[in-house]
Structures are given as structure tokens and as C-alpha cells.
Design a protein around this ligand. Structure first.
Ligand code: MF3
Ligand code: CO
Length: 268
């Protein structure tokens, strides 16, 4: 596990902010008629204008800057030219590198009017991510996060949690140790330490936890073709023991505050 200094975490914040701002631009552009490839171009242009480099492009041969997963695609969808239509739900996953440091974040959102059950499903995914981050404490254990995610998801309905994918350490590489399961008992795994940065990313389906990868080698779908949702934030535990969410514009103050967790003021 890579333990970062405060100075290094301040550099990571720069990457996190680039990711947050670009994701906001993409979210604002999502509407019926827009294509996932147009969203990919928004991300690529934003990176170019901000001296940042995409994390995903060429990662194990990945062909684009963002992942765009529509409806029953859960994660790692490759952006295409099919225009979005009202009623779709789409997940955008995006990572960037600034001065060698990574940020990684994702959201799901509806296109136009959507099924309220899809909205509740996406809200559940997002809230499980926040609950996972909120329980991460110096001296606690990695799977406290896993357990908080799973318990919240299970409390909300019969959703599937992908078993094969999870969160991860992040820093000078996008994927570092430890792997963060989105399920399982609390109190296990490495002890959480100040200076640890993690990407927390629940990946849910409205049905089965069983998945398959399409013949493009990337797109992950639920094997029952139920809709998917994916939220992700990169956060760190700072030297004062408090968390800070690198990829949230407000550092997580709003959502963690609502859950009774104060964020660090060591990073602005
Ligand atoms: N954000 C994804 C993750 O956290 C990475 C997407 S895979 C890629 O694992 F190939 F597109 F980079
Ligand atoms: Co990630």
C-alpha cells in the first residue's frame, strides 16, 4: 500500500479536481440525442486544456478516454455512436493523471424521464459509496468499507453486487493495493492508515450479481440483462486522520457531513 505525504495528496487533489470538473461537464451534456462518443470528446478536450493525461486510454489496450455504460451495461462500456434516448440510464467512469498523480471517479444518471425504480437503484448505488467512505477510519480495517457498502445496498432492495470488480488503492498508478471488495464482513484486511488513498466504487445490477464480458473484451453486463449502476470517488485519509474526497468539488463536505463525518481542512 502506497502511503502518501500531505504534499503528495495535495498533488492528487489537482488530478481529482480535473476529473470532477470534466465529469460535471459530461453530466451537463447528457440528454436525448447525445452520443457516448461526444461525451468522450468532452473529456479529451478538457484534459488537453488542463495539462492532464487520460488514465484509461491504452490501459491494457482500452480504446477511449471514458467508459460509458448504458442500461444493462454495468461498467467498462466503450463509447459508441448510438444516441442516448429518454429513459436510458448511463454510467460514466473517468480517470486523469496530473503531474503523475491519478484521480478516478464515476457516476450514473438518467437520460430525460426515467423509471423511478431506476432512479432509486442509482441513488442506492451512490449512497452505498458514501456510506463506505464514511466508515473509513484510521485504525479501522479495510473491509469496514466493504461491509458498509453491502449492508446499505441490501437494506434498499434486491440488487446484485458485482463480485469480480471492486475499489482499489490509487496514487502514482490508477490501480494499487489494496483491492476493496464491495461486500463481506467488517473488521478484516489491512488496517487503514493516514496517507492511504482509495477509490471506492460499488457496481450494482437491478438483478443478478452474475456478469459476463462482451466480445469487445471490455463491456461488462449483468447476465440477466438487468440495468447497471456505478458510482466512484477517490478519497484519502489525511495526516489529521480525517477523510478528504479528491474527486468531489467540495471534498465530500456535504455528503460526509450529512453522515456525521467531518472532512479534513488540510487540503483546500
Ligand atoms: N475506473 C475503472 C476502475 O476503477 C477503470 C476503467 S478500466 C479502463 O477500475 F480500462 F477503462 F481503464
Ligand atoms: Co476505479
Amino acid at each position: 500500500m502506497q502511503i502518501k505525504t500531505l504534499e503528495q495528496l495535495k498533488l492528487m487533489r489537482k488530478a481529482g479536481l480535473v476529473v470532477a470538473e470534466a465529469l460535471n461537464l459530461m453530466k451537463a451534456a447528457i440528454a436525448p440525442g447525445v452520443t457516448p462518443l461526444e461525451l468522450d470528446a468532452i473529456a479529451a478536450d478538457y484534459l488537453e486544456a488542463h495539462n492532464a493525461v487520460p488514465s484509461f486510454l491504452d490501459y491494457h489496450g482500452y480504446p477511449n478516454v471514458i467508459c460509458a455504460s448504458v442500461n444493462h451495461e454495468v461498467v467498462h462500456g466503450i463509447p459508441n455512436e448510438r444516441p442516448l434516448v429518454a429513459g436510458d440510464i448511463i454510467s460514466i467512469d473517468f480517470g486523469a493523471i496530473v503531474d503523475g498523480w491519478h484521480g478516478d471517479s464515476a457516476f450514473s444518471v438518467g437520460v430525460g424521464n426515467i423509471d423511478p425504480a431506476d432512479q432509486k437503484f442509482m441513488d442506492t448505488c451512490e449512497e452505498s459509496m458514501w456510506r463506505g467512505i464514511a466508515v473509513a477510519k484510521v485504525g479501522g480495517h479495510l473491509t469496514d468499507i466493504s461491509h458498509a457498502i453491502e449492508s446499505y445496498v441490501q437494506s434498499q432492495g434486491k440488487y446484485g453486487i458485482l463480485r469480480e470488480y471492486g475499489g482499489h488503492g490509487i496514487g502514482t498508478e490508477m490501480h494499487q493495493d489494496p483491492h476493496v471488495l464491495n461486500y463481506g464482513p467488517a473488521g478484516l484486511g489491512p488496517e487503514l492508515k493516514a496517507g492511504l488513498a482509495l477509490a471506492i466504487e460499488p457496481m450494482l445490477t437491478r438483478g443478478t450479481e452474475k456478469m459476463k464480458t462482451l466480445s469487445d473484451g471490455w463491456t461488462v453486463i449483468a447476465s440477466d440483462k438487468s440495468n447497471g449502476a456505478h458510482f466512484e470517488h477517490t478519497f484519502a485519509l489525511l495526516p489529521d486522520g480525517k477523510p478528504f474526497v479528491m474527486t468531489a468539488l467540495d471534498g465530500g463536505a456535504g455528503d460526509l457531513g450529512r453522515l456525521g463525518v467531518e472532512i479534513s481542512d488540510l487540503i483546500k
